[in-house]
Write a protein that binds this ligand. Structure first.
Ligand code: 5GP
Ligand code: SF4
Ligand code: MG
Length: 460
């Protein structure tokens, strides 16, 4: 999911949030929503669909206020229905609270049971609502916003990057491991105003300047007094999702002081060094495979070409929730360029293989267009384990690499050769401490304990 938050009295906060969400659209295409506060009064508009479908001038005009939070949803828990759209709004003793969540809790069941025993009520099945209700319950027990939020976060286990709006101000929060990203930006207004977004591309679009990341286990509280920072949890080792680097975040977003485009070029170069192939051209699967394909071409000296054209107006196939939708989605999405491919030995680069269904179709399309050999190179290791922290890589039995060797996967998708980036290489190429990333979907080594029952629900 994508989250956004802004505290900016005097500005059109709904519109700024709308543009922020527009830039974060790639993080979730199922639903979108914005909540604004006009003093004590909350205004909410959310619905199924893309940001551009959910909002127009008129709906934005009905969202006045001084501060706002927004969300683009990609479902990991809870079904694809409007009650699960965010921001989640709950009523408390101190007024309303609106919350936008990116990530996934692993203890939702326990948390809900605890809250039900306190007679709290729910309208949806999401972990995100449980967090909002937990804060509300702590407020109703007499705490102020800050104390209530901190004690509610202590009840949550898993991955959560949150933006929360209250009548008083906006909070930005990351879980103690900082699995999902969240950044702070500054609007060049007088006085300066603070903005929160999942990625820096959400700041760029509104002309906000990147200030810094929200730290793992940090809460920033943005009010009329400015921004205050609190470390609400004990210091833990950061475990940023490596998939954000490889695939999920936009290539023009900055992480670790560089654009992800640079990281993706580097892993493409590394892939060429680790697993070369003899061929006439290198192509990438648009859009996610392109930077690594350019890197592969640079390192191998084999010319880069465009071999597949993407219809940019079809949503990301992976994010559509059903298999049937996925299967019809891909045919609409990519078209091979016959003139480029005919008679050529092709190296095709993609960022990942999850189920293998997309890859098989792409390989067939390349051969149908006249490619004489197809060598596939993947700029991440085989995905062998499901994610419990907010990326919908499905149950383990759906993951092709969970049960098949690289050779068997190659045979199934119909390539002449197949190779994946090494796990080591993927982490080394970050130029950061390799231990500061989660890479559990490649290893099964989950950095945040997942309760056995939850694990069993997704593992073979
Ligand atoms: P597959 O061949 O496994 O069916 O599809 C792999 C493709 O799905 C890759 O091009 C990858 O970019 C895309 N994809 C879309 N969403 C996701 C996601 O959330 N995680 C991963 N790993 N890949 C995704
Ligand atoms: Fe990211 Fe994989 Fe860890 Fe999930 S399991 S948080 S997708 S690295
Ligand atoms: Mg892709």
């Amino acid at each position: 999911c994508g989250v956004f938050g802004i505290y900016a009295p005097g500005e059109d906060v709904a519109k700024l949030t709308y543009f922020g969400l527009y830039a974060l659209q790639h993080r979730g295409q199922e639903s979108a929503g914005i909540a604004t506060f006009e003093g004590e009064k909350v205004h909410l508009h959310k619905d199924m669909g893309l940001v551009s479908q959910v909002f127009n001038e008129s709906s934005l005009g009905h969202l006045p206020g001084n501060l706002a939070v927004g969300h683009t949803r990609y479902s990991t828990t809870g079904s694809s229905r409007v009650v699960n759209a965010q921001p989640v709004v709950v009523q408390t003793r101190l007024g309303s609270l609106a919350l936008a969540h990116n990530g996934n809790l692993v203890n939702t069941k326990e948390l809900r049971e605890e809250l039900l025993s306190r007679k709290c009520e729910f309208v949806s099945t999401t972990d995100s609502e449980a967090i909002a209700v937990a804060i509300g319950s702590e407020v109703d027990n007499g705490k102020d916003w800050l104390e209530a939020a901190i004690s509610a976060f202590g009840m949550c286990q898993g991955a959560f990057s949150l933006t929360i709006a209250t009548p008083q101000g906006v909070m930005g929060v990351r879980d103690p491991h900082g699995v999902r990203p969240l950044v702070i930006g500054i609007l060049p207004t007088t006085p300066v105003r603070y903005v929160l977004a999942s990625e820096t591309c959400g700041l760029d679009i509104i002309g906000a300047e990147f200030l810094r990341d929200v730290e793992p286990g940090e809460l920033v509280w943005i009010t009329e007094e400015g921004m205050a920072s609190f470390h609400w949890s004990q210091q833990q080792k950061r475990k940023l999702c490596i998939f954000e680097m490889i695939y999920f975040a936009r290539p023009d977003s900055q992480m670790e002081g560089e654009s992800l485009y640079s990281y993706r070029l580097r892993i493409g170069r590394l892939l060429a060094a680790e697993s070369p192939a003899d061929a006439d051209i290198v192509i990438g699967v648009p859009d996610s495979g392109i930077p690594a394909a350019i890197g592969f071409s640079q390192a191998s000296g084999i010319p880069y070409a465009e071999g597949l054209i993407k219809n940019r107006y079809v949503g990301r196939t992976f994010i559509q929730p059903t298999q049937t939708m996925r299967e019809s989605g891909i045919r609409m999405k990519l078209n091979p360029l016959k003139d480029v491919l005919e008679g050529k030995r092709v190296i095709i680069i993609d960022d990942s293989i999850v189920r293998g269904t997309t890859s098989r179709k792409i390989v067939k399309a390349l051969r149908d267009a006249g490619a004489t050999a197809v060598h596939m190179r993947i700029s991440s290791p085989p995905v062998t384990h499901p994610c419990f922290y907010g990326i919908d890589t499905d149950n383990q039995d759906q993951l092709i690499a969970a049960t098949k060797s690289v050779a068997e996967i190659g045979a199934q998708i119909g390539v002449d050769s197949l190779a994946f980036l090494s796990w080591d290489g993927m982490l080394r190429a970050t130029n950061e401490d390799p231990l500061s990333f989660c890479s559990a979907c490649f290893t099964g080594d989950y950095p945040i304990d997942v309760p056995e029952v939850v694990k069993r629900s997704k593992l073979i």
